[in-house]
Write a protein that binds this ligand. Structure first.
Ligand SMILES: NC(=O)c1ccc[n+]([C@@H]2O[C@H](COP(=O)([O-])OP(=O)(O)OC[C@H]3O[C@@H](n4cnc5c(N)ncnc54)[C@H](OP(=O)(O)O)[C@@H]3O)[C@@H](O)[C@H]2O)c1
Length: 266
């Protein structure tokens, strides 16, 4: 698409998540500008600084931390025209709060994750006004990976826990397994890549939780090595620990919005 015909998007905040959303595909669909904490504006397609903001944007992506938006978000009103669609990627911030702070109703909430950089984000999407969705918007959000539509705003908080923060929890669990294997294997060297491949292989042949459960039973012969380990894991209530981990992230997502409001009224 000709650069002059492409819609313009402003990324307010250009940190970890924002950078992971940028791909060749997205750059082919949009002219992207990014704003940082010093109000410096950068043309991402042309990789250069812009000294004057002459644009009205078709899309404004909210990519600052929630706290930043709640404390200084009103200053972002100036980047919006009556047609601008606001796409919030922020954890916890409610629709109604964005409406209030930015004085617009053209809002879409999405919860992508940093795997968008590999087109692997399972992006959850919530909107009140279905008319805001266009083929163009579907195309550009699909550049992050899969889109999963949800009907209830609270489902975005759940997605924040499982899909937004979840990759870090999974990385922690896998990394712990690798470290423990290495520790056990000392003084022999264990090939880290082989251990990581083991995770991929287990998931490749077991594609449902039911399959994983029967996979465990099929390896756990009575009084065998697997049973010794599995019995220990079960006794440590791993499932409860993981539930609590996810619940803490979910609860935190729900707290963020109200926490700031109460701080303002103090
Ligand atoms: N990271 C994830 O995996 C993930 C996943 C899902 C959702 N999210 C959501 O995405 C948002 C950003 O997270 P992140 O991890 O990318 O945070 P981050 O790396 O800390 O990035 C925040 C960005 O906001 C910029 N910023 C701060 N104040 C600003 C202001 N007044 N005006 C314009 N820009 C400002 C910062 O600019 P400087 O560079 O100048 O400091 C920085 O580029 C959060 O709301 C989070 O809930 C993150």
């Amino acid at each position: 698409m000709l650069a002059t015909l492409k819609p313009k998007a402003l990324f307010i905040g250009y940190g970890h998540l924002a950078k992971s959303l940028i791909s060749k595909k997205l750059l082919s669909l949009l002219n992207i500008y990014a704003l940082n904490s010093k109000s410096e504006l950068k043309d991402i397609n042309l990789k250069k600084k812009i000294f004057k903001n002459n644009y009205t944007y078709d899309y404004v992506f909210l990519l600052t931390r929630p706290k930043t938006f709640l404390s200084t978000g009103t200053q972002f009103q100036k980047y919006l025209s009556k047609d601008t669609i606001v796409i919030s990627c922020m954890a916890g911030i409610k629709f109604s709060t964005i409406e209030q702070i930015l004085k617009t109703k053209k809002i879409i909430k999405i919860m992508p994750n940093v795997m968008a950089s590999n087109n692997k984000s399972q992006t959850h999407l919530y909107l009140k006004n279905k008319k805001l969705m266009s083929n163009n918007l579907i195309k550009l959000l699909s550049s992050f990976g899969k889109i999963i539509n949800v009907r209830n705003e609270d489902q975005i908080n759940l997605a924040t826990s499982v899909y937004g923060s979840g990759p870090a929890f999974i990385a922690y669990i896998v990394s712990s397994f690798v470290k423990a294997s290495k520790k056990l294997a000392k003084p022999f060297n264990i090939n880290e890549l082989e251990v990581l491949e083991l995770f991929k292989n287990v998931l490749e042949i077991n594609t449902t939780s039911k399959m994983l459960d029967s996979f465990i039973s099929s390896i756990s012969s009575k009084k065998g090595t697997t049973q010794a380990g599995v019995n220990y894991i079960k006794s440590q209530k791993i499932e409860k620990i993981i539930y609590t981990t996810l619940h803490k992230a979910y609860k935190r997502a729900k707290e963020i919005d109200s926490e700031q409001k109460s701080a303002k009224t103090k």
